[in-house]
Design a protein around this ligand. Sequence first.
Ligand code: ZZB
Length: 258
Amino acid sequence: QEYTLIKLEVLKPYPEVLKSFEGKPVSFVAATLRPETMYGQTNCWIHPDIKYIAFETVNNGVFICTNRAARNMSYQGFTEKDGDFKIEKEILGQDLLGIALKSPLTCYPKIYSLPMLTIKEDKGTGIVTSVPSDSPDDYAALLDLQKKPAFREKYGIEDDMILPYKPVPILEIPEYGNLSAVHVYDKLKIQSQNDKEKLTQAKEMVYLKGFYDGVLLVGEYKGSKIQDVKKNLQAKLIKENGAVIYYEPEKTIISRSG
Ligand code: ZZB
C-alpha cells in the first residue's frame, strides 16, 4: 500500500523535549491516502499513550513516528544503512502534545499536535494529520476538545491551540456539500470520537462519494475532480518538500487456528 507521508515540521523555538535536535529540521510524519485534502489540515493527532521515537533520516532531517514505522522506512532508503536506524530518543505521546507545527498546503500557518484516543499503533506512523472538513474521525475528535475544557486541561492544551481552528471547505461532494464530514456527523447524530460504529459508517459514506465525485474548491487544481488530480497533488507535495512516499507492508495473516 502506497501512502503519502506528510511532513509536519516542528516550529522554532523547539520545545524542551526536542531541544537536543536544535539546528536540524524535525518533522512529525503522518501517512495519508488523501493528499488532496491537505488544504484543510487544522491540527495533528498524537495518541498520548503511544511510544514514539525520533530517528535521523538521510535527506529529511529528524522524523518522529512509531518504532514500527521507522523500521519500515529503514527498508525504503530513509536511513544510511538498509534495515538499520538509530533511535535518537523515545518520547511518550503525551510529551509531544501542544507543539506548534508547519504543514504543507494548509491555510493555517501554524497548527498544533493534539490528543486523539482512537489512533491505532499498528497503522501508518501512529501520527495522523487532521482534516475535519472531510474526515469524520477528525471532526469528532476536534469537537470533543472544543466542547470539553476539562479534556483540554487534562492534556495541557491551551484554548488558542484549538478554538480558532474551523473545518475549511476544500472539496465539494454531491449531496454532502463542502464540509462532508460535518454533514455526516450531524446526519448520523455522532456524539464523540468513541462512537465507533457510527464513525465507521460515516467514513464509508464520505469515502466513496468523495473519491469518485468530489471536486476541489481550492488551490491550483480548483474545479477538477479529485480522481483526475490526486497524483498531481501528491507530486506537488513531494516537489515542494512537504511529503515523501511511504509504503506500508501488506498485513500478513499468520493464523493457524480454527
Ligand atoms: C488525511 C485524511 C483526510 C484522512 C480525509 C482521511 C480522510 P484507511 O483509508 O482506512 O487506510 N490514519 C492514518 N493512520 C492512522 C492511525 N494509525 N490510526 C488512525 N487513523 C489513521 O485510513 C487512512 C486514513 O486514516 C488516513 O488518511 C488518516 O487520515 C487515518 F478527508 O489523512 B487520513 C473519510 C476519511 N477522510
